[in-house]
Design a protein around this ligand. Sequence first.
Ligand SMILES: C[S@@+](CC[C@H](N)C(=O)[O-])C[C@H]1O[C@@H](n2cnc3c(N)ncnc32)[C@H](O)[C@@H]1O
Length: 484
Amino acid sequence: MQRNIDTLTKTIHKYLERNSLTTDTPPWEIKKSDLGGFGVFATRPIETGELIFKDYPVILGPRAALTCPVLCVNCYSNENLKPCEKECGLQLCSSKCQNSSSHQKECKIIRQWQTQKITGELSEKLTKVLSPIRSLLLSDEDKTVVKCLKAHKSEQHGFEVDIMKNILHLNIKEDEEIFMRFVCSVMDSNAFEVIVGNEDNQSSVKGLYPLGSLANHSCVPNTTHVFDEHQHMIVRAATFIPEGAEIFHSYSRFIWGTATRRFHLYRTKHFLCKCQRCQDPTEFGSYVSSILCKVCKKGKVIPIDPLVNNGKWQCEGCGEIVNREDVAGISSLLGAALNSFTTEDIDHMLRFIEKKLLTLVSENNETVIELKYKIIWIVGHQKGFTWTELSDSLLYTKEKFCRDLLSLLETLKLGQCKMRGLLLHELCSCYKEMRRREEKSGHVSKIRDNDMRNLLQEAADILMYDVGAPAEIKNLWPDEIKKF
Ligand SMILES: C[S@@+](CC[C@H](N)C(=O)[O-])C[C@H]1O[C@@H](n2cnc3c(N)ncnc32)[C@H](O)[C@@H]1O
């Protein structure tokens, strides 16, 4: 299909209209992007926190990765799963899901294709490759929407169809196979990981959001997005966006260093990012990629040109030149150590940061940050480390780590990003527990109600609409959003 601005704009507007998601004067338009292809641009200045658009998935379904758990194909619950009563092989959790009209349709298609019984492991495999099958049930108008999105062509796309044919032995017609392979490459280029469930039981599926798909990537995005309980994508400004500026998402993790982000983007989205952050050897003075100089022991070693993959690195202090392989060697060694820690290893993790990491890399290096982030989500949450079980020292450590990461996000100019919202909430929970302990031991706490309220309110504003937001945060949303 020929992609041009007029067709894309009309197709996307009609799609939003069909899903009751249009607004009178949307603050965005689709234009050619300097990055290649198309992008979404601001038609007027957009204030921080302002809603830019809402989108709905044209295809939503299970994720196929081995590491993803099997979920009910109708409601995405991970409990009480049973194979379909009509023996199509898909997994469902209740008779309500079994009898849903959407399941009836896909069940019929799969049964027509079956050449053998699909049970046990095969049933799990079928459930995971359902998303492209769903594309066959789209209306012609929605198929047109999918066809106007970007698709990268390479052999790695369409492994779901290989599983259907070679492992499940489904007898698929040629035209169906061609369309599903195309849909797989569109989904690989554009789909988002969508959070479903709630604070206590979250899973993720993948969704193809037509307008969301047209926004390009920056490692310093000016938007933040969340998913509500009906799987709408809600995109808001994380920073002020001037009129005419391109509107960016991030397809990668903020706490990764430049080489890690660029490698991930290349592998998953097939492009080498050249955004402002990627171009800056110090990443806006955050030094997320840098290691410490082995010669002068103090200077930070940074890439001379971060956009050159195998380029040299240099110590900012003594000028020592370091090969990229030496830096990569340290990073992969530390990465492997990071993955070896279990939840109970907190003391070990803290010692590792102090005694090992901080002698090799700078304080904001991605491995230090990753470990601090991991600890933040164990302390106060996991068995053995709940708020009342914690030692004072771990509680203060968590509070410090929250502040360290919030300060890093500011250095990285990430504005009102989702990670900030989550960290503000965690910080507030630390303050609450610290105050409880101080008051219990007869001390007057210096932590003020007002400060905690402000932290919580900012977190609630940032995480507005987010289905996975903690209940405490949801309680602070305006009533019309709670009911949304
Ligand atoms: C989800 S699409 C974004 C919209 C796309 N530009 C289009 O024309 O439909 C993702 C693809 O856009 C391109 N892209 C997105 N961000 C980019 C960036 N920062 N630099 C270069 N290419 C980018 C890549 O080809 C990527 O695989």
